[in-house]
Design a protein around this ligand. Structure first.
Ligand code: PHB
Length: 405
């Protein structure tokens, strides 16, 4: 399985590796005389004078490692813009490597709660990992602010300890279904996704709105997550199915390989490719290059979104990291904004105190547009139809319009 391009990492000028981020936070505290944890207890124990301990659990390895890097950069940018404080308090970041699957992500993240005694954790890319962690957070009464993983069940029913600044997989798929049914005018579509919670939910959401709008399905396939490197057998089936389009869920390194092989196999010109927007986001699009031209996706962000707030964010992000921001960076940036509000108003900064304060978090002034939490603790937000185009000589996800929900 090919990794994301080295060039993207190489262009990074200021992003601290999470361990460096933690070290920098500690140094900052030492320099300004912040209270030591042994003096007053950790943030997880509700110390209201010292730093608030926040866990950052992101994939630093595996197929989603580039997503983790973007999220770390987004979170760090918010701290940079706010004098390294959230809610007027110094912050101590403790990082964990989520890795690729629950086998790595669950123990690494659990340690943040049980051993490091953080007041809250931000992060988690993989839905299966997040599902494996949900009970730990609920039972420990420590908030988990999910900055990516989209599994529907994480927030249904809602828990006071589970919040999400990203999306639900079902919603991203569902947002696109009716528009594609109309574009295809009765021609059938093939559905394909990574074989785990996120892929199934994305396809289910798409299928629901697509068939409700009269769309027809030619077939479907779920590919082993993290181990599929050759999509040709599946693409053969697409070709012989008579499908006129394909809808997929792939992200990170899987998205790179899938889109390149789709194009190399000659399907790109005849069978329109649609997907959840992760397919062509950030480093994935960089690596796909022109093989992604014309791919249409749904997502709640594009760095090409035309608004003053986004322009300001893109400028700051590019100045800091020398690359355009992604949806992953925005989700983590917004998680920092959520914590900023929660810590500001919290009566105590232990897990229970922060959970209570999260209930009162208001509008988030995000690069994606202003949003607030819905009753399930997910962002109430618009989704956009995007198309990979060459804009000013650079490949990007041009925004075609807002999707009806
Ligand atoms: C998920 O597992 O929910 C997931 C992973 C990567 C994405 C989007 C969703 O880009």
């Amino acid at each position: 399985m090919s990794a994301l391009p080295a060039g993207r990492g190489a262009r990074r000028t200021r992003g601290l590796a999470p361990t460096a981020l933690a070290a920098a936070s500690l140094l900052m505290l030492a320099a300004c005389g912040g209270g030591s944890l042994s003096e007053g207890g950790g943030g997880g124990e509700g110390d209201d004078s010292g730093p608030v301990k926040i866990g950052l659990a992101l994939p630093l390895s595996g197929v989603y490692s580039s997503l983790g890097e973007d999220m770390e950069q987004g979170f760090q940018l918010y701290l940079d813009e706010n004098e390294d404080q959230l809610g007027g308090r110094d912050i101590e970041i403790i990082s964990a490597d989520e890795g690729e699957t629950p086998q790595t992500g669950v123990p690494a993240t659990t340690k943040l709660v049980t051993q490091d005694q953080v007041s809250a954790v931000v992060g988690i890319v993989n839905s299966a990992t997040a599902l494996g962690l949900k009970d730990t957070f609920v039972q420990s009464e420590v908030p988990l602010i999910i900055a990516n993983a989209g599994a529907d069940d994480l927030t249904t029913p809602p828990s006071p300890y589970i919040w999400r600044t990203s999306f639900t997989n079902g919603q991203v798929g569902e947002a696109l279904g009716a528009a594609v049914a109309e574009e295809l005018g009765g021609d059938p579509i093939y559905l394909m996704a990574a074989d785990y919670a996120a892929g199934h939910e994305s396809v289910d959401g798409f299928r629901e709105s697509f068939t409700a709008a009269g769309g027809k399905i030619a077939g479907e396939a779920f590919t082993p997550f993290g181990t599929t490197s050759d999509w040709q057998p599946y693409l053969n089936k697409v070709r012989s199915s008579g499908a006129k389009a394909v809808y997929v869920f792939y992200a990170g390194a899987e998205a790179v390989n899938f889109v390149k092989q789709y194009d190399a196999f000659g399907l790109g010109d005849n069978i329109q490719l649609y997907g959840a927007g992760f397919l062509t986001e950030g480093g994935a699009l960089d690596a796909q290059g022109k093989s992604a031209l014309g791919v249409r996706t749904s997502l709640h962000y594009s760095n090409l979104l035309d608004s003053e707030r986004n322009a300001q964010f893109v400028e700051a992000y590019e100045a800091a990291y020398n690359e355009p921001p992604t949806v992953y960076a925005v989700q983590a940036y917004d998680a920092a904004a959520v914590l900023d509000q929660a810590i500001e108003s919290a009566e105590s900064t232990d897990g229970a105190g922060l959970a209570e304060a999260l209930e009162g978090v208001g509008e988030i002034d995000s690069p994606r547009g202003t949003w607030s939490f819905d009753e399930n603790h997910n962002p109430d937000q618009p989704y956009y139809q995007r198309e990979v185009q060459e804009v000013d000589g650079v490949l990007g996800n041009a925004v075609l319009g807002e999707l009806e929900q």
